[in-house]
Design a protein around this ligand. Structure first.
Ligand SMILES: [Fe+2]
Ligand SMILES: [Fe+2]
Length: 190
Protein backbone atom coordinates (compact mmCIF):
# COMPACT_ATOMS: atom_id res chain seq x y z
CA UNK A 1 0.00 0.00 0.00
CA UNK A 2 2.78 2.41 0.70
CA UNK A 3 5.26 3.30 -1.99
CA UNK A 4 7.84 1.55 0.12
CA UNK A 5 7.59 -2.25 0.34
CA UNK A 6 9.69 -2.15 3.44
CA UNK A 7 6.71 -1.23 5.56
CA UNK A 8 4.22 -3.68 4.04
CA UNK A 9 4.67 -6.14 6.86
CA UNK A 10 3.60 -3.53 9.43
CA UNK A 11 0.73 -2.45 7.21
CA UNK A 12 -0.60 -6.00 6.92
CA UNK A 13 -0.40 -6.43 10.70
CA UNK A 14 -2.11 -3.09 11.34
CA UNK A 15 -4.93 -3.53 8.82
CA UNK A 16 -7.14 -5.92 10.84
CA UNK A 17 -7.14 -3.39 13.70
CA UNK A 18 -7.89 -0.48 11.40
CA UNK A 19 -10.79 -2.39 9.88
CA UNK A 20 -12.37 -2.67 13.33
CA UNK A 21 -12.58 1.11 13.75
CA UNK A 22 -16.17 2.27 13.29
CA UNK A 23 -16.09 6.06 13.39
CA UNK A 24 -14.87 6.33 9.83
CA UNK A 25 -12.88 4.40 7.23
CA UNK A 26 -9.60 4.08 9.10
CA UNK A 27 -7.93 2.01 6.39
CA UNK A 28 -8.43 4.83 3.91
CA UNK A 29 -7.58 7.45 6.53
CA UNK A 30 -4.33 5.70 7.40
CA UNK A 31 -3.34 5.38 3.74
CA UNK A 32 -3.78 9.16 3.56
CA UNK A 33 -1.68 9.73 6.69
CA UNK A 34 1.13 7.60 5.26
CA UNK A 35 0.93 9.47 1.95
CA UNK A 36 0.98 12.79 3.83
CA UNK A 37 3.96 11.67 5.89
CA UNK A 38 5.85 10.69 2.74
CA UNK A 39 5.12 14.11 1.23
CA UNK A 40 6.19 15.92 4.41
CA UNK A 41 9.44 13.95 4.60
CA UNK A 42 10.39 15.10 1.12
CA UNK A 43 10.84 18.58 2.58
CA UNK A 44 11.01 18.17 6.36
CA UNK A 45 13.68 16.19 8.15
CA UNK A 46 12.72 13.10 10.09
CA UNK A 47 13.47 9.39 10.38
CA UNK A 48 11.33 7.56 7.84
CA UNK A 49 11.87 4.20 9.55
CA UNK A 50 10.25 5.62 12.67
CA UNK A 51 7.70 7.99 11.19
CA UNK A 52 6.13 5.76 8.52
CA UNK A 53 5.40 3.00 11.06
CA UNK A 54 4.07 5.67 13.44
CA UNK A 55 1.73 6.86 10.66
CA UNK A 56 0.58 3.30 9.87
CA UNK A 57 -0.06 2.47 13.52
CA UNK A 58 -1.30 5.75 15.00
CA UNK A 59 -5.01 4.84 14.96
CA UNK A 60 -4.94 1.09 15.73
CA UNK A 61 -6.33 1.93 19.18
CA UNK A 62 -9.74 2.56 17.59
CA UNK A 63 -10.11 -1.23 17.25
CA UNK A 64 -10.85 -1.48 20.96
CA UNK A 65 -13.04 1.61 21.40
CA UNK A 66 -16.72 0.59 21.86
CA UNK A 67 -18.64 1.18 18.62
CA UNK A 68 -21.38 3.09 20.45
CA UNK A 69 -18.82 5.61 21.69
CA UNK A 70 -17.28 5.98 18.24
CA UNK A 71 -20.66 6.71 16.68
CA UNK A 72 -21.91 8.94 19.48
CA UNK A 73 -23.01 12.51 18.82
CA UNK A 74 -22.54 13.44 22.44
CA UNK A 75 -19.56 15.72 22.96
CA UNK A 76 -18.37 14.08 26.17
CA UNK A 77 -18.59 10.63 24.65
CA UNK A 78 -16.71 11.78 21.57
CA UNK A 79 -13.86 13.02 23.73
CA UNK A 80 -13.96 9.81 25.72
CA UNK A 81 -13.64 7.81 22.47
CA UNK A 82 -10.67 9.92 21.39
CA UNK A 83 -8.98 9.42 24.77
CA UNK A 84 -9.50 5.68 24.59
CA UNK A 85 -8.01 5.32 21.12
CA UNK A 86 -4.81 6.82 22.51
CA UNK A 87 -4.94 4.76 25.69
CA UNK A 88 -5.34 1.46 23.83
CA UNK A 89 -2.65 2.17 21.26
CA UNK A 90 0.64 1.30 23.06
CA UNK A 91 -0.28 -2.32 23.82
CA UNK A 92 -1.40 -3.02 20.25
CA UNK A 93 1.57 -1.19 18.71
CA UNK A 94 4.01 -3.13 20.89
CA UNK A 95 2.33 -6.41 19.95
CA UNK A 96 2.57 -5.61 16.24
CA UNK A 97 6.11 -4.27 16.22
CA UNK A 98 7.49 -7.09 18.35
CA UNK A 99 6.71 -9.33 15.36
CA UNK A 100 9.04 -7.22 13.21
CA UNK A 101 12.72 -6.33 13.29
CA UNK A 102 12.12 -3.17 15.31
CA UNK A 103 14.04 -3.05 18.56
CA UNK A 104 12.84 -1.91 21.98
CA UNK A 105 14.20 1.59 21.64
CA UNK A 106 12.60 2.14 18.23
CA UNK A 107 9.28 0.75 19.48
CA UNK A 108 9.43 3.11 22.46
CA UNK A 109 10.01 6.10 20.18
CA UNK A 110 7.15 5.11 17.84
CA UNK A 111 4.78 4.74 20.80
CA UNK A 112 5.82 8.15 22.18
CA UNK A 113 4.98 9.73 18.85
CA UNK A 114 1.64 7.93 18.59
CA UNK A 115 0.38 8.80 22.07
CA UNK A 116 1.14 12.48 21.40
CA UNK A 117 -1.09 12.78 18.33
CA UNK A 118 -4.16 13.95 20.27
CA UNK A 119 -4.64 16.33 23.23
CA UNK A 120 -1.00 17.40 23.08
CA UNK A 121 1.01 20.29 21.70
CA UNK A 122 4.40 18.64 21.40
CA UNK A 123 7.75 20.29 20.88
CA UNK A 124 9.51 17.30 19.36
CA UNK A 125 9.56 17.56 15.54
CA UNK A 126 8.76 13.85 15.06
CA UNK A 127 5.59 14.19 17.16
CA UNK A 128 4.63 17.34 15.28
CA UNK A 129 5.03 15.62 11.91
CA UNK A 130 2.51 12.92 12.81
CA UNK A 131 -0.05 15.53 13.88
CA UNK A 132 0.46 17.41 10.62
CA UNK A 133 0.20 14.22 8.53
CA UNK A 134 -2.93 13.15 10.42
CA UNK A 135 -4.69 16.45 9.70
CA UNK A 136 -3.44 16.66 6.15
CA UNK A 137 -4.92 13.28 5.25
CA UNK A 138 -8.44 14.63 5.81
CA UNK A 139 -8.25 17.01 2.84
CA UNK A 140 -7.00 14.47 0.30
CA UNK A 141 -9.69 13.67 -2.26
CA UNK A 142 -10.79 10.14 -1.34
CA UNK A 143 -10.47 10.78 2.37
CA UNK A 144 -12.37 14.06 2.20
CA UNK A 145 -15.45 12.54 0.52
CA UNK A 146 -15.33 9.39 2.60
CA UNK A 147 -15.29 11.48 5.79
CA UNK A 148 -18.21 13.59 4.58
CA UNK A 149 -20.19 10.35 4.20
CA UNK A 150 -19.12 8.96 7.56
CA UNK A 151 -20.02 12.17 9.36
CA UNK A 152 -23.20 12.64 7.35
CA UNK A 153 -22.29 16.11 6.14
CA UNK A 154 -22.15 17.65 2.67
CA UNK A 155 -18.78 18.22 0.99
CA UNK A 156 -19.35 21.94 1.52
CA UNK A 157 -19.91 21.47 5.24
CA UNK A 158 -16.80 19.31 5.44
CA UNK A 159 -14.89 21.97 3.52
CA UNK A 160 -15.94 24.68 5.96
CA UNK A 161 -15.07 22.47 8.89
CA UNK A 162 -11.60 21.73 7.52
CA UNK A 163 -10.99 25.31 6.51
CA UNK A 164 -11.45 26.47 10.08
CA UNK A 165 -9.33 23.70 11.52
CA UNK A 166 -6.08 24.41 9.78
CA UNK A 167 -3.34 24.78 12.32
CA UNK A 168 -0.18 23.05 11.23
CA UNK A 169 3.28 22.92 12.70
CA UNK A 170 5.21 22.75 9.45
CA UNK A 171 5.14 25.12 6.53
CA UNK A 172 5.22 22.16 4.17
CA UNK A 173 1.94 20.82 5.59
CA UNK A 174 0.33 24.24 5.40
CA UNK A 175 1.22 24.61 1.71
CA UNK A 176 -0.09 21.16 0.76
CA UNK A 177 -3.23 21.74 2.85
CA UNK A 178 -4.11 25.02 1.12
CA UNK A 179 -3.57 23.49 -2.29
CA UNK A 180 -5.68 20.40 -1.60
CA UNK A 181 -8.48 22.31 0.07
CA UNK A 182 -8.73 24.66 -2.90
CA UNK A 183 -9.06 21.60 -5.18
CA UNK A 184 -11.92 20.26 -3.02
CA UNK A 185 -13.67 23.64 -3.24
CA UNK A 186 -13.46 23.61 -7.03
CA UNK A 187 -14.89 20.09 -7.09
CA UNK A 188 -18.05 20.73 -5.14
CA UNK A 189 -18.60 24.13 -6.73
CA UNK A 190 -19.14 22.50 -10.12
FE1 LIG B 1 -6.09 9.33 16.04
FE1 LIG C 1 -5.70 9.59 12.52
Amino acid sequence: MTTNKKYNEIWELAKPYLEKGKMKNFVLHTKGVVKAMELLLQKESGDKDILIPAAILHDVGWAKVPAALQKSNNKKEKIQALKLHIEYAPKIVRKILSKTKYNKKQIKTIIEIIVAHKFKTPIRPDKRLLIDADNLSDVFKEQFYSDAESYNVTPEQNYNFRKNDNTFYTKTAKIIFEKELEKRKQEFKI
